[in-house]
Unconditional design. Structure first.
Length: 144
């Protein structure tokens, strides 16, 4: 996979671009390893932030699983940048945050201990967020 090769570049901008591009393939087994490496990029936390945000913007199980796996083993420096990406993605719409909370509850029961641990950490971070926009209002319902 060409994006995987780009993710091994010496240039942090190439690695960030690879993380952003690979996020679209997060459900594919071949993309998971490279995405994990980019979320936990040892050389530049810009790569961590860009990759994490791109994966989270999927707002699905595949993206949350990658971030949860990374959180379980992240050092405090990476943890801070992952947390920043979580806040950036989930601080606008309550529905998005609430859906992510539900997925994290499910992932916290995963048989892979690393995913389960990271999902609990991610759930805790999400509960601290007070989104700007509340739940969607259904049209036509009186009293709403």
């Amino acid at each position: 996979m060409a994006l995987g090769q780009l993710g091994r570049s010496h240039d942090y901008r190439d690695r960030a671009d690879a993380g952003h591009g690979l996020a679209g393939f997060a459900e594919m087994q071949e993309a998971r390893g490279p995405l994990m490496e980019l979320v936990l990029d040892p050389a530049d936390t810009f790569v961590t932030r860009v990759t994490t945000e791109a994966v989270l913007r999927r707002k699905d199980r595949a993206g949350l699983t990658i971030v949860a796996s990374a959180l379980a083993v992240a050092d405090s420096h990476h943890n801070n940048w992952i947390h920043t990406a979580i806040v950036d993605v989930f601080s606008i719409f309550a529905d998005d945050r609430d859906n992510a909370l539900k997925l994290c509850e499910e992932l916290s029961q995963d048989t892979d201990g690393r995913i389960a641990l990271g999902a609990r950490q991610l759930h805790e971070m999400l509960t601290e967020i007070d989104p700007v926009l509340g739940p969607a209002i259904t049209r036509g319902e009186p009293g709403r």
